[in-house]
Write a protein that binds this ligand. Structure first.
Ligand code: ADP
Ligand code: ADP
Length: 224
């Protein structure tokens, strides 16, 4: 149950051009790698999909439900890592995630165990009680990945998730999302083809708000 349909979605900023210029996309479970240069519209599209903003026109359907009409149908099943994710440096990783779990409405009786599960999934179990202010950039980014997993979402949207990760962390991230994508939809944007060439089930290449290509990765990667 993770069918996403993007139907001629257009998004225009108040004083701008079309950042997303009429885009169609269909995905079920798996990993969709969203590639494209800076300014292509990837972050804008992801914010629309995450219901942070409404498209200027067009529709997004999650399991057949229009997310502009019923955003909660998606929000309760959504994990989102924004590009500008920030942590609160005075808190420990566990404290911060327990706080975010409460904000997301997770029941306090189970949230602590869930927080520890998510910290383990990103390899931070041993660092749970350390202050986030002492974390490396890669560790902070992994906290961002962990917070996206708290509510066991069916749709995961990761905006540039591998920025700041070292090669070992990148590899672990690819393994993690490959496991998750068995029965979830993971959408990630990246500049780095190697983040998605082995793991993505589909690729979409954006430029100037449009899709230059979308479909199975092989034909595209064969050209690269
Ligand atoms: P990407 O994530 O692919 O780098 P973005 O979605 O961030 O692309 O940006 C797409 C286009 O929208 C760019 O031309 C960018 O300058 C413009 N844009 C992004 N955010 C805003 C904003 N808040 N106001 C106006 N224009 C914006
Ligand atoms: P430990 O928990 O003792 O650090 P792990 O085998 O879990 O041992 O992790 C080894 C290293 O790999 C960690 O220091 C961390 O940097 C990295 N790592 C582990 N899991 C992940 C993950 N899911 N995502 C990113 N990096 C990870």
């Amino acid at each position: 149950n993770c069918q996403l349909t993007v139907d001629t979605v257009r998004y225009r900023y108040a004083k701008g051009h079309d950042a997303v210029a009429g885009l169609d996309l269909q995905m079920g479970s798996g990993i969709l790698g969203l590639l494209g240069p800076n300014g292509a519209g990837k972050s804008t599209l992801m914010r629309v999909l995450a219901t942070l903003t409404r498209p200027t026109s067009g529709r997004v359907l999650w399991n057949g439900v229009d997310i502009a009409r019923q955003p909660d149908a998606l929000r309760t099943q959504l994990g989102y890592l924004p590009q500008d994710f920030g942590v609160y440096p005075a808190l420990s990783a566990r404290e911060f995630l327990v706080y975010l779990a409460a904000v997301k409405g997770l029941p306090s009786s189970t949230s602590r165990a869930r927080v520890d599960d998510c910290l383990a999934l990103v390899g931070l179990a041993d660092a749970a009680d350390r202050r986030l202010g002492d974390f490396s950039g890669g560790m902070r980014q992994r906290v961002g990945i962990a917070q996206a997993l708290l509510n066991d979402p069916k749709l995961l949207i990761f905006d540039e998730p591998t920025v700041g990760l070292d090669p070992e962390e990148r590899l672990r991230f690819r393994q993690l999302i490959t496991d998750l994508a068995a029965d979830r939809l993971v959408i990630l944007s990246t500049h780095i083809v190697s983040d998605v060439e082995a793991s993505a089930t589909a690729l979409a290449v954006m430029s100037k708000g449009r899709l230059l290509f979308s479909g199975a990765p092989e034909p595209l990667l064969a050209q690269a």
